[in-house]
Design a protein around this ligand. Structure first.
Ligand SMILES: *Cc1c(COP(=O)(O)O)cnc(C)c1O
Length: 228
C-alpha cells in the first residue's frame, strides 16, 4: 500500500513530466529529448524511493556526503539509477564524487579540473562533465565567469584531456532568466557542446524552450524541502 506522501510525489512527478513533454513538443523535440533530474537534496530516502517507484531514475544532489549516505544502497538496488552532482565540489572530494556520480554539473575552475582528471585516472571511471558558468556574473556565485568560459573549456580539453559534454547555469534569482538561458545556449553552440543543464521548478518549461537538455527540478516534484 502507498502512503499519501508517496502518492503525492507520484502525482507531482506525473504533472512535471507532462509539462516537460509539452515544452519539448513546443520546442520541436521529442518528449524524451530532455532529461528530468529530480533534485532530492535534503529529502529523505523514503521520498526518493517514492520517485523510483514512479519510474524516475535521474536524481540530483548538491553534497557528496549526503548523496553517499542516501544513494549507496539505492544504486545497488537500481543499477540504472543515474546520480547527478549539482552543487559545488571541493577538490578534496573529487575522488569520492568520481566514484559516486554519473554526471558532474559543476566543474568551474582549473584546480577542480586537475583534481577530477587525476581522480578519474585513479578510479578508472569517467562521469560526464558539465562546466558551470556564472552566467549572471554574480560575485557570490560559483561558476566560471562568462568571459573566461571559452578559455576554460579549451584548457579542460587540451591540458586535462577532459571530455566536456555541456554547460550548466543557475541564473540570478528574481530576474527574467531568458537572456541567461540564451547566453548559455550560445556559449555551448560555439564550443560544440550538446548538453545544457538549465531550468528549475520555477522556469524549466522556459529553459526547454531555449534548448535545455537537462532540467533540475526539486520542489515541484518533492514539495517544500525539509531544512538541511
Ligand atoms: C536546489 C537546486 C535545484 C532545484 O531547485 P527547485 O527550485 O527546488 O526546483 C536546481 N539546481 C540546483 C543547482 C539546486 O541547488
Amino acid at each position: 500500500m502507498s502512503d499519501p506522501a508517496t502518492l503525492s510525489i507520484a502525482a507531482r512527478l506525473a504533472t512535471v513530466r507532462a509539462q516537460l513533454a509539452e515544452a519539448a513538443r513546443h520546442a520541436g523535440h521529442s518528449a524524451n529529448a530532455v532529461t528530468l533530474v529530480a533534485v532530492s537534496k535534503t529529502q529523505p530516502v523514503s521520498a526518493i524511493e517514492a520517485a523510483l517507484a514512479a519510474g524516475q531514475r535521474d536524481f540530483g544532489e548538491n553534497r557528496v556526503q549526503e548523496a553517499q549516505s542516501k544513494f549507496s544502497g539505492l544504486k545497488a538496488r537500481y543499477p540504472d539509477l543515474r546520480l547527478h552532482l549539482i552543487g559545488p565540489l571541493q577538490t578534496n572530494k573529487a575522488r569520492d564524487a568520481v566514484r559516486l556520480f554519473d554526471v558532474i554539473h559543476t566543474l568551474d575552475r582549473p584546480r577542480l579540473a586537475e583534481a577530477l582528471a587525476r581522480a578519474m585516472e585513479q578510479e578508472g571511471r569517467r562521469p560526464a562533465l558539465l562546466v558551470e558558468v556564472n552566467i549572471g556574473d554574480e560575485p557570490q556565485k560559483a561558476g566560471i565567469a562568462p568571459a573566461d568560459a571559452d578559455g576554460f573549456i579549451a584548457d579542460c580539453r587540451a591540458r586535462w584531456r577532459l571530455a566536456i559534454t555541456g554547460l550548466m547555469c543557475i541564473p540570478p534569482a528574481d530576474a527574467d532568466p531568458t537572456p541567461h538561458f540564451t547566453a548559455l545556449a550560445a556559449l555551448a553552440r560555439r564550443n560544440g557542446l550538446a548538453e545544457l543543464s538549465m531550468g528549475m521548478s520555477a522556469d524549466f518549461p522556459l529553459a526547454v524552450a531555449h534548448g535545455a537538455t537537462l532540467v533540475r527540478v526539486g520542489t515541484a516534484i518533492f514539495g517544500p524541502r525539509p531544512r538541511a
